[in-house]
Write a protein that binds this ligand. Sequence first.
Ligand code: NAP
Length: 296
Amino acid sequence: MILLTGASGFFGKIAWRVWSATREVYGVCRTNTCGGRFFACDLTNPGEVRALLNRLRPDVIVHAAAVRDPDLCERQKEYAWRLHVEATRQLAAWCRSNSACLVYISTDYVFDGNAPPYAEDAPVNPLNVYGKTKAEGEHAAREAGEWIVVRIPLQYGYSQPDDDSLVLKVLSALRSGETYELDDRQARYPTLSDDVAVAILALLERGERGIFHLRGPSRLTRYEIWCKIAEVFAMPMNGLRRAPGGLTQAARRPLDCELKMSRYDALGLTPFHDFEGGLKWVREAMQRDGYDWRVG
Ligand SMILES: NC(=O)c1ccc[n+]([C@@H]2O[C@H](COP(=O)([O-])OP(=O)(O)OC[C@H]3O[C@@H](n4cnc5c(N)ncnc54)[C@H](OP(=O)(O)O)[C@@H]3O)[C@@H](O)[C@H]2O)c1
């Protein structure tokens, strides 16, 4: 049985759908936005976490809950530490005492982006609070004894029309007809969350342990990502501009955190979609759902 934290989040909703087709999966979220489908539990409250784990007694915990916005992490350092590090440590301790496996969802932002591509055993050197707390969270996860750390870059996909998702946000912006200045320097590797979910299940089924890098094969800047979404969804892209300067966000961003997928590739498991193929897959999922992105 899998217990998935962050089940109401973008990745969590997709992972829950993929895994619950063949596995018993329980989701955890913080608020009740999950509409009663999942257990509400504040992971920064050790008493609540202990009670939930002792009640459900999972075989595997996938810890995906996070403050995923690096700029927000700069403003909420202490909360990010509690969720990414201290909560992970508690989950790891429970796993160690109960012979369960902990899967920690981490990020390419544990690297500084100066010397890509990064192998699974490359030294981490995060530039911002998000990356630092996630890197510390990776250490905490190792205390489980049985653990997998999965590092992933920018996620995209589709689960429902009101999702906080990259594709839906871009489509909404394109519909507005406004002008957008977009970074054209930082390399991104957009990765279909369904591919990540399928890969994690395959790793668990094979009894794999340790650090795995999971990413899509396409390398694009933010500007190129938006243009490709406009192209695949046949939306106007005349409002899209390359930002003239560098990066201006609150949290420093690494320039290129390309992850080497050597360990995953060596297993001969399902390959990941490239960005165009993944977007077409997302478009078909929206069509099946009756969602018209031209009106929102
Ligand atoms: N999205 C990306 O592009 C990306 C890229 C690289 C790595 N990642 C990693 O992938 C994982 C999933 O990210 P995501 O995009 O799905 O994040 P998300 O959409 O922001 O979802 C965050 C989830 O964490 C839960 N959460 C936050 N604080 C909590 C608390 N105190 N107790 C219990 N649950 C709490 C939220 O629950 P509520 O909804 O109830 O608040 C929500 O389910 C994260 O570990 C992130 O670091 C994401």
